[in-house]
Design a protein around this ligand. Structure first.
Ligand code: GTP
Ligand code: MG
Length: 404
């Protein structure tokens, strides 16, 4: 309650006789605010003067900065390590002048290996060229050179490895590995060529050069559900409402510049991952807007959540456009199991358009409001249904993803 003495006598007289009056919200002060000046004046508390000790929190990056750190494709030159050369020498010691050939073999060069790692979120940490460790040369006294160890490149889950037009690997599970470049074999020392008819070979062979390849790494976000919608439809707001992900929300188009994945938790530790990808505009398949770069993130999702803004004049046209763009990008993409989320039903204009869209779509439509949380339970239930159907289909196909 606000103490009466806070208002001046002039205010009090002006307000008398007006009837019931409630103070405007900006005049309402919280008790902590009222006490603050007194505490400062008296300065009796050491604690108030002490520097506030807050636990260090991770600095939140703006969406623009995140975009800079988020790299979803990379061209990489990988080269395996060269094999070490074989040695050519002869053993000799007092009283054993001709001890025979004793040149050791060279060590093998190290492979360059791509490994899927859950900790890595984008390809920004991947460099443009990698060289595997070389093998050591062989040496005297039959000593073989040390092998070059493997060089691991950590990549995010859902990385596709392409060479030219061909996809050579798909690293979608933690720990998946792909040998990007083989190390060269080590050369042979002259000891290797010792034979009955040749007791003193001088021949030794050089190590093989490592394999060299140019690979294209492409990241496709791996999530169960993908949110597809025009900019400002409320995709990020929805993801915030149903998961603990915190994508930026603002009233201008293209607020989201990189995909965000949120995890929706259900009872029994069941989890469904949902990806919020940047908004899609008409002509996205021709690379308009941020389109093409992010349509590939949708390609990987098992089922889709079309988000339409019910407050715009013709929401069904938005849905048609979205499906058209997906279909143009990849045939059959819009046919995947999906549900249409009619967002912003808290607005009167949206409520007015709801019956018409409901008549067109029937059960596929889930009207809701990310802002007020209205009908979010229906979305969570449908999401679980879609997920369960997907898991069943996967099991029926012997753990193979169903063909769309
Ligand atoms: N009234 C109302 N406003 C909403 C609702 N959901 C989102 N908004 C508003 O719509 C605007 C856009 O929301 P976002 O969540 O950023 O939309 P988006 O689809 O992620 O947009 P992009 O990232 O640009 O593709 C914001 O101003 C939100 O506050 C809703 O249910 N009701
Ligand atoms: Mg967004």
């Amino acid at each position: 309650m606000v103490p009466a003495r806070l208002f001046s006598a002039r205010w009090q007289t002006a307000l008398e006789g007006v009837g019931r009056w409630t103070p405007p919200t900006r005049l309402v002060l919280r008790p902590s605010q009222l006490l603050q000046p007194t505490a400062k004046l008296l300065s009796v508390s050491c604690a108030s003067c002490a520097k506030r000790q807050e636990s260090p929190r991770k600095k939140l990056l703006s969406e623009k900065k995140l975009k800079r750190y988020f790299v979803d494709h990379r061209r990489v030159l990988v080269r395996g390590g060269d094999g070490g050369h074989g040695a050519s020498c002869f053993h000799s010691e007092p009283r054993k002048e001709f001890g025979g050939p004793s040149g050791g073999d060279g060590g093998g060069g190290g492979h360059v290996i791509l490994r899927a790692d859950r900790q890595v979120k984008s390809l920004s940490s991947v460099l443009t060229r990698y060289q595997g460790p070389h093998g050591e040369d062989g040496s005297r006294k039959n000593c073989c050179g040390r092998n070059g160890g493997p060089l691991y490149i950590r990549v995010p889950l859902g990385t596709l490895v392409k060479e030219g037009e061909d996809t050579v690997a798909d690293l979608s599970h933690p720990g998946d590995e792909y040998i990007a470049a083989l190390g060269g074999a080590g050369g042979k020392g002259n000891r290797f060529f010792l034979a009955n008819d040749n007791r003193a070979p001088v021949t030794c062979t050089p190590g093989q050069p490592g394999q060299e390849r140019v690979l294209f790494l492409e990241l496709k976000t791996v999530a169960d559900a993908g949110m597809v919608g025009f900019p400002n439809a409320g995709k990020s707001s929805l993801l915030r409402a149903i998961s603990r992900a915190t994508p930026a929300v603002a009233a201008y188009p293209f607020t989201t510049l990189k995909p965000h994945v949120g995890v929706v938790q259900y009872e029994g530790h069941q989890q469904v991952t949902v990806a919020d990808v940047p908004g899609i505009v008409r002509g996205a398949h021709q690379n308009r807007g941020l389109g093409l770069a992010f349509l590939r993130h949708i390609q990987r999702c098992s089922f889709l959540l079309f988000v339409v803004d019910l407050s715009v004049p013709e929401p069904w046209a938005q849905l048609q456009d979205l499906k058209y763009e997906l279909e143009k990008y990849e045939e059959g993409l819009s046919e995947r199991p999906h549900v249409v989320l009619g967002n912003k039903i808290d607005l009167p204009a949206a409520r007015a358009r709801l019956p018409e869209l409901q008549a067109r779509l029937g059960r596929t439509l889930v009207p809701l409001s990310a802002a007020t949380g209205e009908n979010l339970e229906a979305l969570l239930l449908r999401l679980k249904e879609l997920h369960d159907d997907h898991v069943e289909a996967k099991q029926a196909h012997g753990h193979q993803p169903p063909s769309w």
